[in-house]
Design a protein around this ligand. Structure first.
Ligand code: MD3
Ligand code: FE
Length: 217
């Protein structure tokens, strides 16, 4: 008897349309995880994770850092994109090739050819960390999509509507899943439920999310 190593226990994963302009590419980043892990380590050695303070004075439970020309930062003065890391006074680390290629390929698969991000926010969730419902509206170029890559522990993503009070759907995101958001979905409210305890070979007790954006037109 011969063993078929490629038998049907690994079914083709299908793209899931959340809404017009929003698509989940299940496992799209999985084959590239080794390069992504090296490059996350390189970037976070140069620009360590930190807990930002909201304009209202609260410490965010999600730890953040950035790479690329512009980084998203928050402090008592407000939210902004800044070419300089306020912790070091230096420019953010460059976008690694593995990040650029992944963002471009995922966007193309979702119908956005030629996506070249200038900002990558890296979010790190420890157990209990969450992101309350919000819109991403600090970017000047609202025609470009946003590409989000989930790594490590799974999380429940909340997919809301055009108003904060609209009922949100729950979408489980696992290691390697990539979501592309654009067009009519670009200004939807969204959030992430508190992370559950766990252990994952990629990131130990954490979830890491890479969010790629084109901030400048
Ligand atoms: C839907 N981060 O950093 S990325 C954020 O998993 C953020 O860390 C989440 O929301 C995370 O702002 C979710 C997915 C995402 C990003 C931007 C969006 C979804 C979006 C913009 C519009 C609609
Ligand atoms: Fe967001």
């Amino acid at each position: 008897m011969t063993l078929d190593l490629f038998a049907a226990d690994t079914p083709e994963l299908e793209d899931e349309l959340l809404d017009p302009g929003a698509v989940v590419l299940r496992g799209f980043a999985s084959a590239r995880e080794a390069a992504l892990k090296d490059d996350v380590a390189r970037v976070t050695a140069a620009a360590p994770f930190r807990h930002l303070i909201t304009p209202g004075g609260f410490r965010m439970s999600v730890a953040m850092t950035n790479c690329g020309e512009l980084g998203w930062v928050s402090d008592r003065r407000g939210y902004r994109y800044d070419p300089v890391d306020p912790e070091s006074g230096a420019r953010w680390p460059a976008l690694p090739d593995s990040f650029l290629a992944l963002a471009r390929d995922a966007a193309a698969r979702a119908g956005y050819d030629g996506f070249v991000p200038d900002a990558c926010l890296i979010n790190r969730y420890a157990p209990g960390a969450r992101l309350s419902m919000h819109q991403d509206r600090d970017e000047k170029d609202l025609r470009a999509p946003i590409v989000s890559v989930s790594l490590g522990l799974p999380a429940v993503f909340l997919w809301g509507g055009d108003a904060r009070a609209d009922k949100a759907r729950r979408v489980a995101l696992h290691h390697g899943d990539v979501v592309v958001w654009g067009g009519p979905s670009r200004l939807r409210f969204h959030g992430v439920l508190a992370l559950k305890d766990g252990e994952h070979p990629f990131a130990g007790g954490h979830r890491i999310n890479l969010t790629f954006r084109k901030v400048r037109p």
